[in-house]
Design a protein around this ligand. Structure first.
Ligand code: FAD
Length: 461
């Protein structure tokens, strides 16, 4: 039966997936879509409110090529996701293909994609094993193997990479991967959804306090101001904050990463233009400076930080909090990464830093499904460190779920699956490396062990 385009839909969260969902629903002709968020878009606590994110293209659908070697491997190396062998690989490939189509052809997203190429590398025996044995990177035709400091330095114009790259080895894909101007793409999706008639209620009035439950079903949400929003379908897209609103049965682990910015001169920005992404899966990554503020973003790579508390009912929970500083140990790691790659920048002060939250499912696969007990509630969560590049397409999966027509293979992979989180090992690094090679806890970072970077006004950062 054809969907009722006049039926009401409420989306909780106007972040990466909330805006993508709003856009896809609006494009399908839904006329009564409302989105709630405690901050104007781009929300300062959205993982998507960032200058850049890594994107790797999938193989265009029309070409019968074998799957791309690094399927869903951007940001945090993730050879373990979609663990169902061949079926898993083909799901990853389908996801990449659909996301890629958006970056290459959708006018709302296309301007933000930079096909600059991508270097993925490591420097310890275990890291290299991950790159070669598990990913077989050294055997993939579209990756050139880099195994000397000179080979690394030659991937960028002279004067950029001046470091010694101690024991670094890896692969360089010259085309078919790169980065996206994340905040630009997020705002673009938001503006287009709004233009197509979606109502956004953001700022203090848009913060959701709780789901509205009547007769055993979720029929909307209540804001911090006590206003009730009722809808035929409610979509929970609150990212790492989703467990604050719904018992996720341990399927989400809110985890934070750390990023720092360095101010660059105009001349440096010129030199650093159109650089490939450089990602060491055990120490960090950077992309070229942003065009607006002339800042270079560096992330130190590690398995992530949680913020553990025990709920009144005795459950262990990681609770996200916003902070525009990073632990001093993260600063040390960022500077170590710079020393190996661009020592000329290693002691330059940070102009900005923040922690950034995402939420991992146990298998790092997305969770997009109807709730088993609340039939009118749809979940759109579990970005698992690789959810940004799917902003072009993920809303389509959510809309398909609303309409009950999500592809069967995707439906299985994205299902509500508490059985996979029973007795969950919260310390699992989930395929990630770097730093101490184990999960970290903000509870162990003392107040004086954070950076003291002068805070900017809380704006669209
Ligand atoms: P978000 O974008 O965080 O959105 C959640 C929204 O919910 C926010 O707007 C927030 O304001 C809102 N919200 C919170 N509480 C409430 C409430 N009570 N009521 C209403 N709204 C609420 N992915 C990639 O593909 N490539 C990368 O290179 C990459 N790099 C990353 C680097 C870092 C440091 C991090 C942290 C993540 C990275 N990711 C990357 C992952 C990606 O950013 C996320 O998976 C994706 O942005 C998640 O989208 P989301 O919509 O679930 O969450």
């Amino acid at each position: 039966s054809s969907p009722d385009l006049n039926s009401s839909t409420l989306i909780i969260g106007a972040g990466t997936w909330g805006c993508s969902t709003a856009l896809h629903l609006a494009r399908r002709g839904y006329k009564n879509v409302t989105v709630l968020d405690p901050y104007p878009v781009p929300s300062p606590i959205s993982a998507g409110n960032d200058i850049n994110k890594i994107v790797e293209q999938g193989t265009p659908i029309s070409l019968p090529f074998p799957p791309s070697p690094l399927t869903d491997n951007h940001f945090n190396t993730n050879p373990g996701s979609f663990s169902d062998g061949e079926e898993g690989a083909s799901i990853s490939e389908t996801l990449l293909q659909l996301a890629t189509e958006g970056w290459l052809t959708d006018p709302i997203f296309k301007p933000y994609y930079h096909n600059t190429g991508y270097i993925i590398c490591a420097h310890t025996p275990d890291g290299l094993t991950q790159l070669t044995k598990r990913e077989m990177l050294d055997q993939k035709a579209d990756f050139e193997w880099l195994d000397t400091p000179a080979a690394f330095r030659a991937t960028m114009p002279e004067g950029v990479l001046t470091g010694n790259f101690p024991r670094w080895k890896g692969g360089f894909k010259r085309t078919g991967a790169g980065w996206v101007f994340a905040r630009g793409a997020l705002v673009s999706a938001y503006k287009e959804a709004k233009r197509l008639g979606v109502t956004f209620i953001t700022g203090a009035k848009g913060g959701v306090k709780e789901l509205l439950i009547e007769n055993g079903d979720v029929i909307g949400a209540v804001t911090n101001h006590g206003k009730q929003y009722r809808a035929k379908t409610t979509i929970l897209a609150a990212g790492a904050n989703a467990p604050q609103l719904l018992d996720m049965k341990d399927q989400l682990r809110p985890t934070a990463w750390t990023l720092a910015h360095i101010k660059m001169s105009r001349e440096e920005c010129k030199l650093y233009k159109d650089l490939p992404v450089l990602f060491n899966i055990e120490s960090g990554f950077f992309m070229e400076p942003d065009a607006e503020k002339h800042e270079l973003k560096i992330c130190d790579e590690h398995p992530g930080y949680c913020n553990w508390t025990v709920s009144p009912s005795g459950n262990k929970e990681s609770i996200p909090f916003a902070k525009h500083q990073i632990p001093l140990e993260a600063e040390t790691r960022v500077r170590g990464f710079l020393k190996d790659t661009m020592p000329q920048l290693a002691s330059r002060p940070f102009s900005f830093a923040r922690i950034c939250w995402c939420a991992d499912t146990p298998d790092r696969n997305f969770l997009i499904d109807r709730h088993p007990e609340y039939p009118s509630l749809v979940l759109a969560v579990g970005g698992s460190g690789h959810g940004f590049m799917h902003i072009t397409s993920v809303g389509g999966f959510v809309a398909d779920t609303v309409e009950g027509k999500l592809d069967q293979r995707l439906k299985k992979a994205f299902r509500w699956r508490p059985e996979t989180a029973v007795g969950r090992n919260w310390e699992d690094v989930q395929g990630r490396r770097g730093g101490p090679n184990k999960m970290m806890d903000f509870g162990n970072v003392k107040e004086n062990e954070w950076t003291h970077i002068q805070e900017r006004a809380m704006g669209p950062r």
